[in-house]
Design a protein around this ligand. Structure first.
Ligand code: NAP
Ligand code: ZN
Ligand code: ZN
Length: 358
């Protein structure tokens, strides 16, 4: 596949042409490096379940899928060119890109550094357009990205750690942000539902914040891994007795499940004033009985990734605590298989594409 020729920097990525298509090489152009831009040679790109939802058009009509689509919003690479006004980066630095690459820069959300909630709608890293609402964006399953430095992150990690740092740009911030917002720390009991890409990051980060962590999983085979990741307890969520025994226990539960499922058992698992934070985005809506929230002053909350300042804070927190993602490094010809394995919950715990050698 080839995108219509425009001026710019020729690059190569991997794209799907429709919801049932497999990945194919895709030639396209990045814009020329402007005064505030940096050019990143992408080294590693994580595979988030959101890539799968969008590549396979599972979020339509809420979020339409635009093809050809080059997914990827967990990006780390080396800065190879900087614009004349760039101050945050120099050539040779490592940089990261997460889920968005621009926003209106004027609304309250943008001013408060929560650009993911830009009232005009931020420019997503892929399956979106630039703020001109015309130029399509293509993601990190590619060799290069050109981004305004204000929407790139400083990555201060040794090169050998970079494959495990890439998933922090989405899985890391998506779990760090609600854990922090809901006051997770010593003395708090935290539940993590689903031990996948987001879930295993939630375990590591909540432990580093000092909480007691319980994993809820449909996969009994993940129990030993959960302990290695730092979890204190492991509950098989399909075991009704086990679920009954922890009723009324938790301060915060983070639900990272990607597939349709019943969230009521997790509301029961919350203690007084507890909050269930949903970050997983299945296709179908969940149903909740109002009384289950009223009796116990409980809440359900949502959370979308994190803004640029908090993403930088999360990267620095993870560097300080020695936290990276547990990954399986793959070549681009394995992306389709990696998608199928991720959907089957057979990922331990993030696939990362080796774009450096692609
Ligand atoms: P993932 O790696 O595939 O992990 C999802 C986990 O959910 C699986 O490993 C599995 O864990 C569990 N699961 C899968 N199918 C299930 C089922 N039928 N019933 C119960 N549990 C099931 O996915 P991810 O990349 O972590 O993403 C998770 C979700 O978060 C996706 O919907 C994604 O789009 C969304 N997301 C949201 C944000 C945000 O900002 N809110 C950001 C990124 C991603 P067990 O084997 O342990 O059960
Ligand atoms: Zn993601
Ligand atoms: Zn805005």
């Amino acid at each position: 596949m080839t995108a219509p020729a425009t001026e710019g920097i020729a690059t190569r990525g991997f794209a799907v042409s429709g919801p049932e298509a497999t990945f194919e090489p895709f030639e396209f152009q990045r814009r020329e490096v402007g005064p505030k831009d940096i050019l990143i040679d992408i080294l590693y790109a994580g595979i988030c379940h959101s890539d799968i939802h969008q590549a396979r058009a599972e979020w339509e009509p809420l979020i339409p899928s635009l093809y050809p689509m080059v997914p990827g919003h967990e990006i780390v690479g080396r800065v190879t060119k900087v614009g004349s006004e760039v101050t945050k980066f120099k050539e040779g630095d490592f940089a990261g890109i997460g889920c968005f690459v621009d926003s209106c820069r004027e609304c309250g959300a943008c001013h408060h550094g929560v650009e993911q909630y830009c009232i005009k709608g931020s420019a997503q890293t892929y399956n979106s357009t630039e703020m001109d609402r015309t130029t399509p964006t293509f993601g990190g399953y590619s060799k290069h990205y050109v981004v305004d430095e204000a929407y790139a992150l400083n990555v201060n990690a040794p090169e050998e750690d970079l494959p495990g740092v890439a998933p922090l740009l989405c899985a890391g911030i998506t779990t760090y942000s609600p854990l922090k917002r809901w006051g997770v720390g010593p003395g708090k009991k935290v539940g993590v539902v689903g031990l996948g890409g987001l879930g295993h990051m939630a375990v590591k980060i909540a432990k580093a914040m000092g909480a007691e962590v319980t994993v809820f999983s449909t996969s009994p085979s993940k129990e030993a891994d959960a302990a290695k990741l730092g979890a204190d307890k492991f509950v098989v969520s399909r075991d009704a007795d086990a679920m009954g025994s922890i009723a009324g226990t938790f301060n915060v539960i983070i639900d990272t499940v990607s597939a349709d499922h019943d969230i009521n058992p997790y509301i029961s698992a919350l203690g007084l004033n507890g909050v269930l934070v949903v970050v997983g985005m299945p296709e179908k809506p969940a149903t909740v009985h109002q009384a289950s929230l009223i009796l116990g002053n409980k809440a359900i909350a949502g959370s979308l990734i994190g803004g640029i300042p908090e993403t930088q804070e999360m990267l620095d927190f993870c560097a300080k605590h020695g936290i990276t993602s547990d990954i399986e490094l793959i070549k681009p010809d394995y992306i389709d298989t990696a998608y199928d394995r991720t959907v089957k919950a057979d990922v331990r715990y993030r696939f990362v594409i080796d774009m450096a050698n692609a």
